[in-house]
Design a binder for this molecule. Sequence first.
Ligand code: 5GP
Length: 210
Amino acid sequence: MMNNAKLFIVSAPSGCGKGTILNEVFKDRDVYYSISCTTRKPREFEVDGVNYFFITQEKFDEMAGNNEFLEYATFVGTSYGTPAKPVDDAIAQGKDALLEIETVGAALVKKARPDSVSIFILPPSVKELDRRLHKRATESDEVIVKRVSQAKAEIEKAYNYDYVIMNDALEEAVRDFELILSSVKNNDNKADQFKAENMKEKIEEVLKNA
Ligand code: 5GP
């Protein structure tokens, strides 16, 4: 059966504004938005089964042992994993799927599914990330320090993604993201400016100001 469904992997350091971009880009698109399992506590406005499946470490380990995850990883001391079945079902039905996951998991998926398309969203600077995380205040100062240092390590992996965009101005980032999606679907080269190899200077600039 011909099936043009694509698996998109998106990574971005926390506080990068990726949630806002993705909501905007995918609000009118028919895509399966993967819901991950995590062992962290829900934030104030998060809903179980909507933002994440909030599960215990025991349950997480059991699912991992049963091979129920497409990938899983530990991020700042917390387990996160992508349930495989809903993603496989979506793709089998010809529907695009979107994973919003950190860099270790992204590399695992890219290896297991080489035809997936990975996109990294850069923050304008690491200082800006720090500012946004403090403003958002969903984590303690201690966790924010860890997340910012993690962000630097993650940005260094941006080179390994298929595409890289920068979230400086929201509208522009949304436009860039949409250009990548249409270019992938149409199999043309209109988004080549955002190929990781063409974004090297931007990545270096963000790292230099870290
Ligand atoms: P947060 O706690 O801020 O929701 O997420 C922390 C990090 O974990 C983010 O980079 C997010 O993309 C990533 N993440 C969320 N779900 C998954 C998952 O299923 N697998 C992996 N590897 N990372 C995930």
